[in-house]
Design a protein around this ligand. Structure first.
Ligand SMILES: [Fe+2]
Ligand SMILES: [Fe+2]
Length: 209
């Protein structure tokens, strides 16, 4: 904590160097909030961040980098509500804010139509977590207590077959996302449920008493 506050008070030149090489969570949250006013879209960003962080820990990868990538993946959805403006036109904005090429590439790759293939583990995880996180949130909302703690793998599989439920969620993306990552679908679903349960309060999914 002290190290971080010292960083803020260093001379401007050093601050810029820091900013251009490392995007920390606080900066990413500020960017998200600047471009995204919708509470539900911010919650979606937090949910994807949550799953990405859990996977980064699981694989021994860079949790901050994976988390920030998840947090920012839809940052421009409100200003670019049509495809392919999102995320293509958002990418240079992120570049201007000091988001690394690696993170920007991952963000571009979460949308199939950008033509940016998913190659790294982080890119595959982002795609796999994006649609699923939205689906788990939607299922939580129809549970009696509107809680992620009421969601389990069986209920997710059932809802995946229910075409009338949460039509906007692409089931194929969920299935393909797990396959691209090389994990079993059930395992992936269970992993993300547990990750979101651990952060239920912040995600607004703790449920009513
Ligand atoms: Fe997106
Ligand atoms: Fe998303």
């Amino acid at each position: 904590m002290e190290a971080r506050s010292q960083l803020r008070h260093r001379p401007t030149r050093l601050q810029l160097t820091h900013y251009s090489t490392r995007m920390d969570r606080e900066q990413a949250w500020e960017i998200l909030c600047e471009f995204t006013k919708s509470e539900s879209l911010r919650k979606h960003a937090l949910a994807v961040e949550t799953c990405m962080r859990a996977y980064a820990r699981h694989y021994g990868e860079d949790e901050e980098k994976w988390g920030v990538t998840g947090l920012l993946h839809d940052f421009d959805w409100e200003v670019h509500p049509t495809l392919p403006d999102h995320p293509v036109k958002g990418e240079p904005i992120l570049a201007g804010r000091g988001v690394s090429a690696e993170m920007r590439r991952a963000i571009l790759s979460h949308a199939d139509f950008t033509g940016v293939p998913r190659e790294t583990r982080m890119e595959k995880a982002l795609f796999a977590c994006d649609e699923l996180a939205g689906f788990l949130t939607a299922i939580s909302y129809v549970k009696p207590k509107r809680s992620i703690h009421e969601v389990d793998v069986a209920s997710v599989k059932k809802k995946m077959k229910d075409k009338a439920f949460a039509r906007a969620v692409n089931r194929a993306d969920i299935v393909n996302g797990a396959a691209e990552m090389g994990v079993e679908l059930e395992e992936h679903v269970g992993f993300c449920i547990r990750a979101m349960q651990e952060r239920a309060e912040e995600l607004g999914l703790k449920g009513t008493a």
